[in-house]
Design a binder for this molecule. Sequence first.
Ligand code: EPU
Length: 415
Amino acid sequence: MDKFVIEGPARLEGEVAVSGAKNAALPCLAATLLTAEAVRLTNLPQVADVRTMQKVLGHVGARVEAEPDTITVAVPEIVSADAPYELVKTMRASVLVLGPLLARAGSVRVSLPGGCAIGVRPIDFHLAAFRKLGAEVSLQHGYVEAKASRLRGADIVFETVTVTGTENAMLAATLADGTTRLVNAAREPEVADLARLLVEMGARIEGAGTDRIVIEGVQTLHGADHEVVPDRIEAGTYAIAAAATRGDVAVRLCRPEHLRALTTRLESIGAHVAPDGDVLRVRAEGTLPAQDVATAPYPGFPTDLQAQWTALATGLDGVSTITETIFENRFHHVAELVRMGAMIRLEGRWAIVEGCRLTGANVMASDLRASAALVIAGLTAEGPTTIERVYHLDRGYSRMEENLNALGASVRRVT
Ligand code: EPU
């Protein structure tokens, strides 16, 4: 298992380009199952989760041609409409094949993902949506089995905003008979990006990016060529690292308009934020005041940046409160930050962070965004930090150590 050794403190300065969004690439890859024709996806991030989704598609019968950041997927026929436990346990987003396989093959069997490091994460809203569309859904031996000779459009009201739940319902409804209306749908840019691909494939979808999505089912979909939207979480991670290290970083190839909740908070702590086309420049110096943050569905502050903000908050002057409203257990990074000298108290969904100086230590990554938080902490800490289990980081960040070193940090991967 690889480790990172970071020599801190560092001041990040220069330019970094972000990849396509992992959380858009995964549903877009699942969407390729809806047609027999080839779908070409460009601007794909080179991360482990994308490789896992390729394996899932290969298992189902897809022919995949992969170049560094481009993939062409053709699924002339569904060989096996299932996703086994071995694949789903390494990446819960494998459940995104449920919707497309149900719509195209009429039956599907996917392992239930179970809990993960950040919470219980059930998929009951996905299953309720499939039932509304007329599928018979059952749970057998740890697997979800769903069947429907033909799906029928329906009105689906989500109890809670769910990103992959909205995507799964949208994927299934594209080939249903009649109209489907998704109410309280997720508004994340990744949902809108998936809808864009589906429309390019011949689907009829309106309202993606709002909380009300209307899908007119069509008989078949066709091939398409689609560029995946830039990764706002990767961009946000570098923006936070720039502020935490009191650096000056231009984050390139991003969409600053997808990061307003973050940039507003960065401005409140006195960082200079300059969006210019597809570049977001973040610069900070000196003592910066504490700032409270609460996560919320898009366009609110992303839960996927909560851990990184917590790392930044350890270096702010005063007491910041971080409220996690999306996941019940997304504070595993806190115990590790405390090992680095952070003063953080946890009370349920709140982390109360008192600013101080961090010192390097041996710490352990527990999930993807927690790993990113530890990297940011390591960059600001005095002395060396060793982060174990960076395979969590590799699931969603491409070449992070190279990017940080190009910005003036000293991050070494030890294999
Ligand atoms: N929920 C349910 N039942 C469901 C679905 C969701 O109770 O059927 C709950 C969840 O347990 C959670 C809340 O609803 O408490 C919201 O979860 P959501 O379904 O929106 O999360 P997700 O779709 O499983 C995606 C991202 C996550 C990101 C969340 C929230 C992908 C592949 N994953 O997960 O990304 O944190 O939305 O924005 O898009 C990451 O990239 O590190 C990551 C975890």
